[in-house]
Design a protein around this ligand. Structure first.
Ligand SMILES: [Zn+2]
Length: 424
């Protein structure tokens, strides 16, 4: 009989009702065995009981699109501060974008990044590779797939690197995440006021870029990220692409965009789009919901809106918005788990290890207290403020367990897990 050093009692959704489970964790931080009910455990075993009060345990949340900056952008965010923000919001695994300084598009930089993440991150970690400038660099990258979770295409890549993109899509069978804006719209300056930027960068760009990629010879799995157009999910379904959106597209409309904290790309759309994206969301049309946590130095966000950098530093707010949607009945627990656990695990190709409370899966859990709530704000991110601050949420993340370690507990980070770096 296998001996387990650590055992968790949790209360979770099983067959549409809340049931107690006993979860046995192996020495590597993976679930060894799951039993229904509270089994008595062997003497000497460390037991963590998470079944009290209004606590509910879900599979750990996954955010497949964040920017943890670091390197030369450490003044904006670091792998440490960004991952602390993530773990305090229930996330156990993040997919980090390559638009750092220096830009991550080589085996050397991927190795450096992954090493840094192993030391500094508080959550499991995967990084995307940027599109390299030269075609000949792609072959090197394709020999080192274990270092990254996929490639990321930015609008400017569609202008200068179409040949490299074509080569990657043909040769690479993994994930390619697309920021779907056409360069001719994304790279031009805005001629209107901040709330109307969406007219200069129309969200139907997404549909055009999706068609452009549809017509390319492909082995890769295409994922459209931070979708801002309400027709994109159905279009993606037709094309066999996956798609995510972010909370600010269904929480805010252009009427809420008053300062740089709400400047983002693609821009926040009109009220009709916001309502339709919300409808898509509660109907389950997306594969995942991401934060697109994109922190900047506080003072940079105080510049004139034409000069200030784009992005919401919202990972500490996003999961709380999603939990509120569930507690208030806008989405079932199935849909919450789809958007934050199973869906992103599937997109990242790690759904055999993440997104479920089952044997063989990483012992990473998000524990909610459904009776608690508060006003959302930033505690750990260096950005200090996000355009979604002030949201009154219901349902609080009270604990986060990463690989069998209780890392976050009652408002404090109390441990540092041995993180797993995922790659393709
Ligand atoms: Zn992003």
């Amino acid at each position: 009989m296998i001996k387990y050093g650590k055992v968790f009692y949790v209360k979770t959704f099983l067959d549409n009702s809340l049931k107690d489970l006993t979860i046995y964790v192996d020495d590597h931080g993976y679930i060894g065995k799951v039993s229904v009910g509270k089994e008595s455990v062997e003497f000497g075993c460390e037991l963590v009981d998470l079944t009290g009060g209004n606590l509910v345990t879900l599979p750990g949340f996954i955010d497949l699109h964040v920017h943890l900056r670091d390197f030369n952008y450490s003044y904006k965010e670091t792998l440490e501060s960004g991952s602390l923000a993530a773990v305090s919001s229930g996330y156990v695994l993040v997919g980090d974008m390559p638009n750092t300084s220096p830009y991550i598009d080589s085996v050397d930089l991927l190795m450096k990044r992954v090493e840094l993440a192993r030391i500094k991150s508080y959550v499991d970690y995967g990084v995307y590779c940027g599109i390299p400038k030269r075609l000949e660099d792609v072959d090197d990258l394709l020999k080192s797939k274990q270092l990254y979770v996929g490639f990321k295409i930015y609008p400017e890549d569609l202008k200068d690197k179409l040949d490299v993109i074509g080569y990657i899509l043909k040769k690479y069978e993994g994930l390619v995440v697309v920021h779907s804006e056409l360069p001719e719209y994304a790279l031009r300056g805005s001629t209107r006021e901040l709330p109307l930027r969406y007219l200069d960068r129309p969200s139907w760009n997404e549909l055009t870029v999706a068609s452009l990629i549809r017509d390319m010879n492909r082995a890769a799995k295409i994922h459209i990220t931070h979708s801002a157009h309400p027709s994109t999910p159905l279009r993606c379904r037709d094309l066999g692409f996956t798609v995510d959106t972010t909370p600010y597209y269904f929480m805010l409309s252009s009427e809420d965009v008053r300062d740089c904290w709400c400047k983002v790309n693609p821009p926040i759309n009109d009220l009709i789009s916001k309502s339709l994206i919300f409808t898509n969301l509660i109907n389950g049309f997306y594969d995942a919901v991401v934060s697109d946590h994109a922190p900047h130095y506080y003072e940079e966000k105080l510049y004139d809106w034409r000069l200030c950098p784009s992005g919401f530093a919202d990972i500490e707010v996003s999961s709380r918005i999603m939990i509120t949607m569930f507690v208030k009945g806008f989405m079932s627990h199935h849909l919450l788990i789809k958007y934050l656990c199973e869906g992103p695990a599937k997109v990242l190709g790690v759904d055999d290890r993440y997104g479920k409370l089952a044997p063989g899966y990483r012992a990473s859990f998000t524990i909610l207290d459904l009776s608690r709530g508060g006003i959302a704000g930033i505690k750990y991110s260096k950005a200090r403020k996000s355009g979604l601050d002030g949201f009154r949420y219901v349902g609080e993340v009270v604990k986060t367990v990463v690989g069998g370690e209780v890392v976050y507990d009652s408002g404090e980070v109390i441990g540092k897990p041995k993180v797993v770096v995922i790659g393709g």
